[in-house]
Each structure stands twice: as structure tokens, then as C-alpha cells.
Design a protein around this ligand. Structure first.
Ligand SMILES: NC(=O)C1=CN([C@@H]2O[C@H](COP(=O)(O)OP(=O)(O)OC[C@H]3O[C@@H](n4cnc5c(N)ncnc54)[C@H](O)[C@@H]3O)[C@@H](O)[C@H]2O)C=CC1
Ligand SMILES: O=C(CO)COP(=O)(O)O
Length: 323
């Protein structure tokens, strides 16, 4: 086992803890030396994941030279930081197996995580790890099942075995586009659901948004050549169910604030906000109908109020229930 986790936020820390609990030596890299020192001293990440204690086999470092010996690198930085992260550390990342753990579409390029990596490092071996998983659940040892998608089935199988732990059951897929889209788009729908609940529109509205949101996700997936069954799996439907139903989700909580007309802490990672914008642009270019994504984008950009957004969704022409 030769794994390092790059990015010491909530998710990177949780993954590193789960892997280290298996008894493997795991390095967790943080970009800030000070943060690394504090985590090393406290044996916890009090800023992002305060309740979890680090296993003895978890090593903390802010020096990328310490990951030289590791072949598999899990990258757990926010999506809109990924391109910069890869550009800044190309030398250390070349010739490694890079498993993206982020969810979203890059606003500048319109690309998902694997393509962002490959556009800077065309020879890299890449995969995506995604699915329903709150960092605090994983760190607490609670069980979940995730998708590990890799276009190379042999490498995918190796990574599936390498990264499964006693509380993370990995399912394998070769549909990277579908897995990435599921993880990206569910956050947009979670914002819509949070907004509906925050505005007091009720549980029926939430269920309708989840279902029609899922139809939008399927349409975009089809337009981009992803398999519908991938969207029906853990990375799509599974994560949609978790994120739209729980205040544990930052995207859902961001939506709640929108619905209540409250401000939201800009330091909290909300992947769905930029991804809504990126997906809305892509949908326009491809001619894919995504009215909920358009409404979320307009609410975030403050070009529509929540009431106007809901009115526009309800006033759409009546149609047969299809994807
Ligand atoms: N928190 C969760 O429950 C889950 C998060 N994810 C995904 O994991 C990704 C990361 O999310 P979190 O860890 O929750 O975010 P977070 O906000 O807790 O942490 C982000 C971390 O990335 C670091 N970072 C930001 N820019 C960087 C850069 N340029 N270079 C190096 N490090 C940088 C920050 O210092 C911070 O430690 C997101 O795409 C998210 O959707 C996926 C599943 C669960
Ligand atoms: O992706 C997640 C759960 O699978 C975490 O969701 P949030 O980023 O909305 O907190």
C-alpha cells in the first residue's frame, strides 16, 4: 500500500483516517506548514474535522517531497482549485496515479476533474472516487459505498482493492464521465432543495425537485456520452439522495440560506455554486434542457428571486413525464 492524500480539508482528512485505520502508513499533505504542525501535534484536524483522532499510521506533512515514495495520490482539494493545484505541483504529480476526490465542473474550462488533470498532465493515470460520503461519517468509521471510476479496467481493479477499507466499500466503473457528472450535478440540485425547504415550500416540493433534478442530470449525462446506469448508481442517485436530504450537506445548507434570504459564510466550500454556472453554460451550448440548474444559477447571480425561480419552473409547458 503506497497512498498519500493531498489536501487536508474535511474529505482528505477523513479518507486518510479511514485508510490509516487499516494499519497502512498513509501521508496526509497540507499546503500550510502551520496547519500541518498543528495537526501533527493535536493528532486531529480541529479546523475541519474536530471529532476524529488520527491513527498512529497517519503521517502529516506540508512537504511534497515526502510523497515521492507513494504511487497513488488522492487529490482532495475543491474543484475550482484543482487546475491551479495541478499547475503548481506538476513535477511532484508526474508519473503518479492520480485519484480525484473532488466534485464539480471547472468554471474556466468547463471540464470535470479527470480532464482538468489530463489537460495539464496528459500522461497521468487518473481515476475518480465519488459517491455518498459525508467526511464526518467516514472519519467516525460509519459505513458507506462509493464509486471508483477509471477508464482502464485493470488499474480500476487495483485501485478498488487498494482504497477499499473496512467502512468504505468501493464499486468499480469505467464510466468516468458519468461518475464525475453525478457528483458534480447532485450539488446543484441540493442547492435547489435547500432553497425550497428554506423558503418553506415543503417536502413535496423537495421530492419533485430531486426527481426532476435527476431527469436533468440524465439528460446532460446522455448528451456527454455517459451511461444512464452510472447516474442511477452511487455517484449519481446515491449522492443525490444523501445531499438533498441532509443538513449535513454544505450545498443543501447554502440553499437553505438562499431560501431564507440569509447570508452564507463564503469560506465554506460549496461546490454546487460554481458548478451550477459551469453546467448552465454547457447546457446552453449543447442545447440540453436544465431548468432547475438555470434557476439555481439565476438565484445565485441574483437575477431571479426564489419566488420568481419557482414560478418560472411551475409555469413551464406541461409535458409527458420522461427524462
Ligand atoms: N466534506 C465532505 O463531506 C466531502 C467532500 N467531497 C469533495 O471533496 C472536495 C474537497 O472538499 P472538502 O475537503 O470537504 O473541503 P474543505 O473546505 O474542508 O477543504 C478544502 C481543503 O483544500 C485545501 N486547498 C484549497 N486550495 C488548495 C490548493 N490550491 N492547494 C492545496 N490545497 C488547497 C484547503 O486548504 C483545505 O484544506 C470537494 O470537491 C468536495 O465536494 C466529497 C465527498 C465528501
Ligand atoms: O459530497 C458530499 C457528500 O457525498 C458532501 O456534500 P457537501 O459538499 O454538500 O457537504
Amino acid at each position: 500500500m503506497s497512498v498519500a492524500v493531498l489536501g487536508a480539508g474535511a474529505f482528505g482528512t477523513a479518507l486518510a483516517i479511514s485508510l490509516a485505520r487499516e494499519g497502512h502508513d498513509i501521508t496526509l499533505w497540507a499546503r500550510s506548514e502551520k496547519q500541518a504542525e498543528i495537526m501533527q501535534k493535536d493528532r486531529s484536524n480541529s479546523a475541519r474535522l474536530p471529532k476524529a483522532t488520527f491513527p498512529l499510521t497517519l503521517h502529516i506533512s506540508a512537504d511534497l517531497d515526502t510523497i515521492k515514495e507513494h504511487q497513488t495520490l488522492l487529490i482532495a482539494v475543491p474543484m475550482q482549485q484543482l487546475a491551479r493545484f495541478i499547475a503548481d505541483h506538476q513535477n511532484h504529480l508526474a508519473h503518479k496515479t492520480l485519484v480525484a476526490c473532488c466534485k464539480g465542473i471547472d468554471l474556466t474550462s468547463g471540464l470535470g476533474p479527470s480532464q482538468v488533470i489530463l489537460s495539464a498532465l496528459p500522461d497521468a493515470q487518473t481515476a475518480i472516487l465519488t459517491g455518498p460520503s459525508f467526511a464526518h461519517d467516514i472519519a467516525a468509521g460509519l459505513p458507506t459505498a462509493l464509486t471508483l471510476a477509471c477508464t482502464d479496467p485493470t488499474l480500476g481493479t487495483t485501485l478498488q482493492n487498494e482504497l477499499s477499507t473496512s467502512n468504505i466499500r468501493l464499486y468499480r466503473s469505467t464510466d468516468v464521465t458519468g461518475a464525475e457528472l453525478g457528483g458534480a450535478l447532485k450539488n446543484v440540485i441540493a442547492i435547489a432543495c435547500g432553497a425550497a425547504i428554506g423558503a418553506g415550500l415543503g417536502e413535496s416540493a423537495r421530492a419533485a425537485l430531486i426527481t426532476r433534478g435527476y431527469a436533468e442530470m440524465q439528460r446532460m449525462a446522455e448528451a456527454l456520452g455517459a451511461k444512464p446506469e452510472t447516474l442511477a448508481g452511487l455517484s449519481g442517485f446515491g449522492d443525490l439522495a444523501l445531499t438533498c436530504a441532509s443538513e449535513g450537506s454544505r450545498n443543501f445548507r447554502f440553499g437553505l440560506s438562499l431560501g431564507r434570504g440569509e447570508t452564507f459564510d463564503p469560506n465554506i466550500t460549496v461546490e454546487g455554486a460554481a458548478t451550477a454556472q459551469a453546467c448552465h453554460e454547457k447546457a446552453k451550448t449543447l442545447g440540453v434542457e436544465m431548468p432547475i440548474t438555470a434557476a439555481v444559477t439565476a438565484m445565485i447571480n441574483q437575477t431571479l428571486t426564489l419566488k420568481q425561480a419557482m414560478d418560472s419552473l411551475l409555469a413551464r409547458p406541461l409535458k409527458e413525464e420522461t427524462c
